[in-house]
Design a protein around this ligand. Structure first.
Ligand SMILES: [Zn+2]
Length: 76
């Protein structure tokens, strides 16, 4: 399980079940395990501090590479 955090303020955003070793380019909503605090502005997902994290594409969130960091481990 990965904990997705804001790159700017390190606030926790959500927990994500990442499958495979690849980069986190998108987060499928069905695999988001727990949500913390974040904001929406249209289809944009923002941290409470205002940093852009991703774009809501319906079934998944397209992640903005510079917007987030993560801790935890990926599942193979
Ligand atoms: Zn932030």
């Amino acid at each position: 399980m990965l904990t997705i955090k804001c790159a700017a303020c390190k606030r926790k955003l959500w927990k994500y079940q990442k499958i495979g070793k690849g980069e986190v380019l998108r987060c499928y909503k069905s695999r988001i395990d727990r949500e913390y605090e974040y904001q929406r502005q249209g289809d944009k997902i923002l941290c409470s501090c205002g940093k852009e994290i991703g774009i809501d594409k319906g079934a998944h969130i397209k992640m903005i590479k510079k917007g987030f960091i993560y801790t935890g481990s990926k599942q193979n």
